[in-house]
Design a binder for this molecule. Structure first.
Ligand code: GLU
Length: 482
């Protein structure tokens, strides 16, 4: 089995393209086939090297590795021409001398009469001697494929039987008068040369498929198996577009989505493992993936669900994988240097990531929440201060008592710390929350954080006591009389 992903390098790698790449990759890896990459750069005016780069980067990030060398369609122009000439020689195609001005005029006329424009095959009826004379005279011509009578049908892996009456297909130009191939010819010529067995792509190509099947037959090659994946819609049911927010795979990378979560999410756009199974590792995807789960109806791209799924992946993945990703993001965000992290030690960084990951949906969120543990000066969130330090007099007294209790501990360990704080609460005649919530704000600046004793352990003795001192000096507590 040989499959391919064949993007046109005319923009970034968008979500739909990534889904197509992923499905081909999963199918190939699952069945021990080859997954090939072909850059369809025949449109010289729209193709860019930056876009080709973005496709490579996107695939790399998603972990979709391809086999063999990348094929650049533009390098195969000679073969495309040869194939067109072969069709001319065997009578499967004919020369068409109609100029684009002629064709435009006839198309306008058809539209005016509210009819559909069909090429009327007038050049197919030219006398061979006249054709010869016009060729000799150097008159430019295109090569048109002669669509035979009948119907063209295939069993689509997604949609089942699809049939087109050939009468609905125009005799298509396959080679322009400037010698450049038309998309349908280039694709078929390349797919034959690359020995592609399964063509799996978006639904937007369904109308090309009958033409391509006819070209395969005319070129004497067996058509591959086809699968057309459903369109991707936004949550409003409209075709996914930039209006719906980020549609470039690279954007999600910068939003702190993990590649495995992105693959998991994309896999469920047009495929289902059955039941209500959703969160799946790459290995689980590979295990469950197959045509039995292909869905024919449009799927919905819901960014909120992607974030949720990412949170699930972060919570489940081994820390040995997540911590380096977070570490790199902390450094990139300027919250720590490699040296800072090294000096804290791997166990500390692991602990930080482990404590924060349950509350974060993305790496970016996690990095944001890590701030209080990495910087010297806490930023007090005004809403948290107003809520938890509301009774400033009592807060000041309880914070001071907490400081004294913590400072008096023989060892900075979670169990004795908890015991001491609980007995302090009992002595003060307050619930533990009354003591610990203001302390949480003092330590992190925020009303929500991991468990307070975990926070104290993460910060360590010196930083914890220093932060309580800073809180006691905070204008909110220092200037309000008890
Ligand atoms: N280059 C085409 C596209 O970007 C895909 C061709 C194909 O998969 O057959 O839509």
């Amino acid at each position: 089995m040989r499959v391919r992903f064949a993007p046109s390098p005319t923009g970034y790698l968008h979500v739909g393209g990534a889904r197509t790449a992923l499905f081909n990759w999963l199918y190939a890896r699952k069945h021990g086939g080859s997954f090939l990459l072909r850059i369809e750069d025949t449109d010289r005016t729209r193709s860019t090297t930056e876009s080709t780069r973005a496709i490579f980067d996107g695939l790399d990030w998603l972990g979709l590795d391809w086999d063999e060398d990348v094929v650049y369609q533009g390098a195969n122009l000679e073969r495309h021409r040869r194939d067109a000439m072969a069709l001319l020689a065997t009578g499967g195609a004919y020369r068409c001398f109609c100029t684009s001005a002629d064709l435009d005029a006839r198309r306008a006329e058809a539209v005016a009469q509210k009819g559909a424009f069909r090429y009327d095959r007038r050049c197919d009826r030219l006398d061979p001697a006249e054709v010869e004379r016009r060729v000799q005279a150097g008159e430019p011509y295109a090569i048109r494929f002669r669509v035979p009578d009948g119907t063209t049908a295939w069993r689509d892996m997604v949609h089942g039987e699809i049939a087109f009456a050939n009468g609905e297909l125009d005799d298509l130009v396959i080679l322009r008068s400037d010698g450049t191939p038309i998309y349908n010819l280039a694709v078929v010529s390349d797919d034959i040369a690359m020995r592609i067995t399964h063509v799996m792509r978006g639904d937007d190509h369904v109308s090309n498929t009958p033409k391509q099947i006819l070209l395969y037959r005319a070129l004497g090659a067996p058509p591959p198996v086809f699968a057309h994946f459903p369109m991707i819609h936004g949550t409003d049911g409209k075709k996914l577009s930039k209006r719906h927010g980020a549609t470039a795979v690279g954007d999600y990378r910068h939003l702190g989505i993990l590649p495995d979560a992105m693959c998991n999410f994309l896999a469920l756009l047009g495929w289902s493992p059955g039941g209500d199974r959703e969160v799946m590792s790459r290995a689980e995807l590979l295990d469950a993936f197959g045509e039995a789960g292909f869905l024919a109806k449009a799927s919905v791209f819901d960014p909120a669900k992607l974030e949720w799924m990412n949170g699930q992946h972060m919570a489940r993945m081994p820390l040995a994988e997540l911590t380096p990703i977070v570490g790199a993001a902390l450094v990139a965000a300027g919250l720590a240097t490699e040296a800072d992290l090294a000096s804290r030690g791997p166990a500390w960084v692991n602990r930080l990531v482990d404590l924060l990951r349950v509350r974060a949906r993305t790496v970016v969120e996690l990095v944001h929440q890590a701030l209080p543990y990495l910087v010297d000066a806490v930023e007090y969130d005004p809403a948290s201060v107003a809520k938890q330090w509301k009774d400033a007099g009592a807060t000041r007294r309880l914070l001071a008592a907490s400081r004294e209790t913590l400072a008096g501990l023989a060892a900075w360990e979670a169990a004795p710390m908890e015991e001491a704080m609980r007995s302090l609460a009992a002595r003060e005649g307050v619930g533990a929350g009354k003591l610990l919530q203001p302390l949480r704000v003092a330590l992190t600046g925020l009303a929500a954080s991991p468990g307070i004793f975990d926070v104290l352990m993460l910060l360590g003795r010196d930083a914890s006591l220093r932060r309580i001192d800073t809180a006691l000096a905070h204008p909110y507590l220092a200037t309000t009389s008890a």
